[in-house]
Design a protein around this ligand. Structure first.
Ligand SMILES: NC(=O)c1ccc[n+]([C@@H]2O[C@H](COP(=O)([O-])OP(=O)(O)OC[C@H]3O[C@@H](n4cnc5c(N)ncnc54)[C@H](O)[C@@H]3O)[C@@H](O)[C@H]2O)c1
Length: 421
């Protein structure tokens, strides 16, 4: 008899369409597939409960199925109200995973869904932005006794966890997956780089060549977006607050200036700072008629939308994910995806091939927490180096690339201090 899976999704009849897309993504995810095969045989997660707050995409589906095949009871909710792929949610429910997520859900439903995923009484939590972890710390501390540990996927989430740790309020051990080299070097840079351009293109169908693109933040994501925009023929301007990153941007060949100067020049503005109000009222006042605004940072606070609303006489939706604001002086500004991460709102998020590495880290960290969580103090931990290197090794292997190894003589040389000129 088929068990009824508890869930709250948009439309169960989309399951078949979702299954096909999940299968397509899996073809680009050789590392997670290898882990899934091993998990299915060894069942390292047998009987544990896992609750995840992640973007419900085809790639996340492959991670969730890997954990399930490893023996875990998995419940998922969305880590952003706009990032759920409803067909994927339906397919996961069909596969026996409890999903609480609907694309376009309001804030209240978003938190109801987090609480529903927590009713799974997790022993391991997975988070992307730390909303699930924050809910446990604020409202559901009764769950802590069962929790072995958790993982956090993104820069913004890790910042929040470190703040909890600094204040002495962190209640269980967490692994910062974002800090694995095989995560942020690739996912944040190549993943966000490509998919942000993809999201903006799908939403607007603009031509990038010849446009002035202003990127706020030259961290891992900003580097990727700048690189890809330049590759399409745009003139890229970088806004930074960190002098070293700003210098790096100059030497990488970009124009660097302050945000007020850039506000007058830009055709497209993209924020990836992880911070608050990078684009503010003073910038809207200086922008050209027709400027496009998009965010790819984790939360929708990087563009000051209330300030934009206060300057506008009129707002209308021109296309899905494109809102036109008509300002009092007659200029039009276009806000994409309500200021939410545009690569997930208007496109499909990162390509599967890059999520393969991020989620391989996630799966191996869940296994690690199952084995070692009880011994860990409530702190933020890096991904164990051996997991990070193993993910890199398997990815290269899957690409058919072999690399050299140090000879014994070379290794000794690198470890010694005696030899000089
Ligand atoms: N869209 C996605 O799929 C996706 C993927 C990965 C990460 N993220 C999110 O993107 C954001 C950036 O991540 P990252 O890994 O690049 O972080 P990062 O820390 O590497 O880079 C952020 C950069 O922004 C700069 N900055 C901060 N405030 C600024 C301001 N007001 N003006 C200009 N520059 C400012 C910082 O100096 C830093 O160099 C985070 O919120 C992260 O969670 C999104």
């Amino acid at each position: 008899m088929k068990h009824v899976i508890d869930c709250d999704i948009k439309d169960p009849s989309l399951a078949q369409a979702g299954e096909v897309r999940i299968d397509w993504a899996s073809r680009q995810m050789p590392v997670i597939n290898l882990i899934r095969e091993r998990f299915a045989k060894e069942k390292p997660l047998q009987g544990i409960r896992v609750s995840g707050c992640l973007h419900i995409t085809t790639e996340t589906a492959n991670l969730a199925l890997t954990l399930k095949d490893g023996g875990a009871k998995v419940a998922l909710c969305a880590s952003n109200p706009l990032s759920t792929q409803d067909d994927v949610a339906a397919a996961l429910v069909e596969a026996g995973i409890s999903v609480y997520a609907k694309k376009g859900e309001d804030n209240q439903t978003y938190y109801q869904h987090i609480n529903a995923a927590l009713d799974n009484k997790p022993q391991v939590t997975l988070d992307d932005g730390a909303d699930l972890i924050a809910t446990i710390h604020k409202e559901r501390q009764n769950l802590i006794g069962d929790i072995l540990g958790g993982t956090e996927e993104t820069t913004t989430g890790v910042i929040r966890l470190k703040s909890l740790e600094r204040e002495g309020k962190l209640l269980y051990p967490l692994i910062a997956v974002n800090e694995a080299d095989t995560k942020h070097f690739f996912d944040n840079r190549y993943g966000t780089g490509q998919s942000t351009i993809d999201g903006i293109t799908r939403a607007t169908n603009i031509l990038w060549a010849g446009k002035k693109v202003v990127v706020f933040g030259y961290g891992w994501c900003g580097r990727g977006i700048a690189m890809r925009a330049k590759g399409l023929g745009a003139q890229v301007i970088i806004i930074e607050v960190d002098p070293i990153k700003a210098l790096e941007a100059v030497m990488d060949g970009y124009q660097v200036m302050n945000s007020r100067e850039a506000a007058k020049l830009g055709d497209i503005f993209i924020t990836v700072t992880g911070g608050l109000n990078a684009i503010d009222k003073e910038h809207f006042e200086l922008m050209k008629d027709g400027a496009i605004l998009a965010n790819s940072g984790h939360f929708n606070v990087e563009i000051n939308i209330p300030a934009l609303e206060s300057l506008a006489l009129k707002k209308r939706r021109l296309r899905p994910f494109v809102d036109e604001y008509t300002l009092k002086d007659g200029r039009h500004l276009y806000l994409l995806g309500e200021g939410r991460l545009i690569n997930l709102a208007a496109a499909e998020g990162h390509p599967a091939a890059v999520m393969d590495m991020s989620f391989a880290n996630q799966a191996l960290c869940v296994e690690y927490l199952r084995k070692n969580g009880k011994e860990l103090a409530p702190k933020v931990y890096p991904v164990p180096k051996e997991i990070d290197r193993e993910v890199g090794r398997l990815k290269l292997l899957s690409m058919g690339i072999t690399i050299d190894a140090l000879t014994e003589e070379q290794r000794k040389y690198l470890e010694s201090w005696e030899l000089g000129t």
